[in-house]
Design a protein around this ligand. Structure first.
Ligand SMILES: *Cc1c(COP(=O)(O)O)cnc(C)c1O
Length: 422
């Protein structure tokens, strides 16, 4: 390899994990970011006494602004990003025992929202380089029971929506984008969340736009929007009476305090997203030069990556040390890092044991998740995957350079990592 890319001055110091000097002692940017605008809006809601979505202006304003920013006509604010997936599935008319194709490399909710809609999650493998659903695997997973595809824009990089929409239209399937990582991401000129029939976002604490808890469904389809509105509001319909309920549903409404925070947060999203994308691309370019480090490949359609996570793969062979040792060494250098999702979702006890509670009474007998194999996802979970969290990308280039320098230092001194083996 070309060692000239490595910074010579860090090489003289030992690894921090063995008592050497840390590459980084400063903390990275903290999260959440907030200021006087949040305070003012919160106080205004408090003093107005209008704390519920049906009475105040905040959630309504947010729904409109968020939907518009994400290329959609309608937004329906709900309590979290799991419920938003479930509401979208119900609005799409997914029935008991229908199948919904999902990736296995994602947060639990992508699959459990399907179970909560009493439908069967069918796991289809991801691409090793992009970490997103592999359209070929999706097509292979289609059966006569398939009704929907739920791509996740993993880490904030849009899934291959061109291919997924083509498959969906060929097989007459609904597409619900799980955009919980993808606030502000853009795919071939279109905001993530606006490409499928519906898009779902989360505002949970870690997400790129947050009110602690919260979620939204966006869509440009008037009928789907009306269905979502009804489902998130106890089955009421526009123009109906207060105690008049038309469909099975519940109160899933987002509250005004959260709406107030989200309105303030939303004003920062565009700039924060640009910063994350620019820093993320800079770091990806630097890390790509280190043997055995493979940052999530940027797809041609990805116009803007929202970098909720910065995903990468580690080839342990190149370092002569397992992922766990490399991550520990990185932490010791002052770089917070995570090994990513530890299991493909179908390996979670919940799926292996079909612990579906009251759901899927019929389908359960024919399901056997222990037989599912998604080799790329398994390899990433067991050996290769890792990520940095989004707040690391809110600072400047020197933060990225510190991360890269720490990695370079560890690579240079990789033989020392043998001592870390258990
Ligand atoms: C966070 C997340 C969700 C669920 O959001 P909650 O608001 O926590 O319910 C769904 N899908 C993905 C991919 C997520 O990361």
């Amino acid at each position: 390899m070309n060692t000239s890319v490595l910074n010579p001055h860090v090489m003289s110091e030992g690894l921090a994990i063995f008592g050497g000097e840390k590459v980084r002692t400063k903390p990275f940017s903290s999260w959440p970011v907030f200021g006087p605008e949040e305070e003012q809006r919160l106080l205004r809601v408090l003093r107005s006494g209008k704390w519920g979505k049906l009475h105040g202006p905040e959630v309504a304003e947010f729904e409109q602004r968020f939907a518009a920013m994400h290329g959609a006509k309608h937004g329906i604010g709900v309590v979290n990003g799991t419920v938003s997936l479930r509401v979208a599935l119900m609005a799409a008319g997914i029935k008991a025992e229908d199948e919904v194709i999902v990736p296995p490399y994602t947060f639990l909710a992508t699959a459990t929202a399907v179970v909560e809609a009493n439908a069967v999650p069918v796991f289809s493998d991801i691409d090793l380089e992009t970490f997103n659903l592999d359209p070929k695997a999706v097509e292979a997973a289609i059966t006569p029971r398939t009704r929907a595809i739920m791509p996740v824009h993993i880490a904030g990089q849009p899934a291959d929506m061109r291919a997924i929409m083509a498959i969906a239209s060929k097989h007459n399937l609904v597409v619900i984008e799980d955009a919980a990582h993808a606030h502000g991401a853009i795919c071939a000129g279109r905001p993530a969340g606006s490409i499928g029939h519906m898009g779902s976002f989360s505002f949970q604490s870690s997400k790129n736009l947050t009110s602690g808890e919260g979620g939204i469904v966006v869509t440009s389809d008037d009928k789907l929007a009306a269905a979502c509105r009804s489902i998130h509001n106890c089955g009421r319909i526009e123009g109906g009476l207060w105690y008049e309920h038309h469909v099975m549903s519940a109160n899933y409404r987002l509250g005004e305090f959260q709406g107030a925070i989200l309105n303030a947060q939303l004003s920062r999203l565009e700039e924060q997203t640009r910063t994350r994308d620019s820093n993320g691309q800079h770091l990806a370019a630097r890390l790509s030069r280190i043997p055995g480090i493979y940052p999530q490949k940027r797809s041609a359609d990805c116009e803007r990556h929202s970098y909720h996570l910065f995903l990468f793969r580690i080839d342990a062979k190149a370092f002569g040390a397992p992922r766990s040792a490399i991550l520990k060494a990185l932490e010791a250098e002052g770089i917070p890092v995570c090994g990513g999702y530890a299991l493909p979702l179908y390996r979670q006890p919940l799926f292996v044991n079909k612990a579906f509670g009251p759901y899927l009474a019929q389908a359960s007998a024919r399901l056997d998740y222990s037989k599912v194999r998604c080799p790329n996802c398994e390899r990433i979970c067991a050996e290769q995957g890792a990520w940095f969290e989004q707040n690391l990308f809110l600072g400047d280039r020197t933060d990225m350079d510190d991360i890269a320098r720490a990695f370079e230092k560890i690579y240079e001194q990789r033989t020392a990592l043998e001592d870390l083996k258990p």
